[in-house]
Design a protein around this ligand. Structure first.
Ligand code: HMG
Length: 388
């Protein structure tokens, strides 16, 4: 029996900052961003959206098709949690009208946890093939202003339906894992922005790729040349290029620039203009591949490298299912991205600095998101979500 991703949909905010604007303010060459890190725009969350509203917006199209009652488990992956105790998915459960017998849990390990959720969801479905698990990954990437990480912010959520006989990607059971206690990127509970040792983080990312790959080939009969495409965790799109060249070198495979581009370029279109969305990023990359690759991918093997700072990494593989192109939300995604509103540098600062009330008073949030779900108020330390 095959198990994997049956449907996938993502959401990002309706606001973005063009990195040319940031470069102009910083008086640096915008090619450092456009070429050097491969990023053009970054999504900025509206004051009335957070990981809950973004996740609900991402998942809504899937629920409309399969029906709220068919979901047996909701797994919510994030590192932008809104509560130390309550799982963000419980709010999403109500907003989507899921049935009371659906279990809900939140998972955390930096950008990696969506992959842990997918593997656990596959195991649940393998045990009870009639069940469907909804995996959502939702994050807002925030670094301090005037740091090297600032240009790699972004926000987004992805929702994936995990089922038996999936219509998009059959996920293979063999995986390669790598874990090491390192401090490359972290966010203590008392901070709203991440701390990062930027250059070190890219080194650890590449080391983890090699280690996870080596563990993968011990378990799998697949070799580098069996894959037509590779989806990497995408903190910024140039990282995928560095990673892919590194993996080719580890495998002693000589790749031309055209081959590198052919194997990863279509995974990058959306992230280039959204920015880092942490847990969601690699899966938005997968959506980009499926929705934008001109070649018919049916039957092709795709390699996935999931990385979460701190660090936990995993390499796994999947096969694209015949007929996949009929199950995508391409037009909706293209429309959402093309209708976003560009913000000026001052508007970006206002979004960045929008107050995060902590005093227990009643605070109405201004109506700013164009999404279907919004955070209407924070009152008595409780978050109040509404369906528009
Ligand atoms: P930096 O140090 O300011 O940038 O920030 P740089 O000086 O290294 O320049 C970047 C590239 O642009 C270089 O190319 C330059 O040569 C080039 P490279 O040497 O890498 O090939 N460049 C130009 N190119 C064309 N025209 C120009 C020009 N100027 C320079 N005019 C850094 C880079 C990654 C450190 C920074 O963005 C950062 O700290 N980002 C945040 C951390 C991060 O994203 N790390 C990635 C790995 S860790 C990870 O993926 C996990 C994460 O998602 C979190 C999680 O797991 O939860 C972050």
């Amino acid at each position: 029996m095959s198990v994997g991703i049956d449907e996938i949909s993502f959401y990002t905010s309706n606001y973005y900052l063009d990195l040319r604007t940031l470069a102009e303010v910083q008086q640096i060459d915008s090619d450092k961003y456009y070429q050097g890190i491969g990023q053009e725009k970054m999504s900025m969350a509206a004051p009335d959206e957070d990981v809950v509203t973004m996740a609900a917006n991402a998942a809504q199209p899937l629920i409309e098709r399969v029906g709220a009652d068919s979901i047996s488990t909701l797994m919510f992956a994030t590192e932008t949690g809104v509560d130390q105790s309550k799982a963000a998915g419980v709010y999403v459960h109500r907003l989507l009208g899921l049935q009371a017998n659906c279990r809900v849990v939140e998972l955390k390990q930096a950008c990696y946890s969506a992959t842990a959720a997918i593997q656990m969801a596959c195991a649940l479905v393998a045990r009870q093939p009639e069940k469907k698990v909804l995996v959502v990954a939702s994050d807002i990437a925030r670094y301090d202003l005037d740091t090297s990480g600032e240009a790699t912010q972004g926000c987004g959520a992805v929702a994936m339906l995990i089922s038996a006989s999936p219509r998009l990607i059959e996920i293979d059971p063999e995986v390669g894992n790598y874990t090491e206690d390192v401090m490359d990127f972290w966010r203590p509970n008392y901070r709203t922005t991440a701390l990062v040792d930027g250059k070190y983080s890219t080194k650890i990312y590449l080391k983890s790729l090699k280690k996870a790959w080596e563990n993968f080939v011990e378990a799998s009969s697949l070799a580098f040349n069996d894959f037509s495409h590779f989806c990497y965790h995408l903190p910024f799109s140039r990282m995928a290029e560095k990673a892919h060249k590194h993996l080719a070198k580890v495998n002693k495979v000589g790749l031309s620039l055209e081959q590198v581009e052919q194997q990863i370029e279509d995974t990058l279109h959306y992230n280039r203009i959204i920015g880092n969305s942490y847990t969601a990023s690699m899966y938005i990359g997968l959506t980009s591949l499926l929705e934008n690759c001109k070649q018919n991918l049916a039957g092709n093997k795709v390699g996935f490298f999931s990385y979460g700072s701190g660090c936990v990494a995993e390499f796994f593989s999947g096969t694209v299912v015949a007929g996949y192109e009929q199950c995508l939300h391409t037009l909706t995604h293209h429309k959402m991205l093309s209708e976003r509103q560009e913000v000026s540098y001052e508007e970006y600062l206002n979004l960045y600095r929008y107050p995060d009330p902590r005093d227990g008073e009643h605070h109405d949030m201004p109506s700013a998101t164009t999404g279907r779900f919004r955070l209407a108020a924070i009152s008595g330390h409780k978050r109040e979500y509404v369906i528009c």
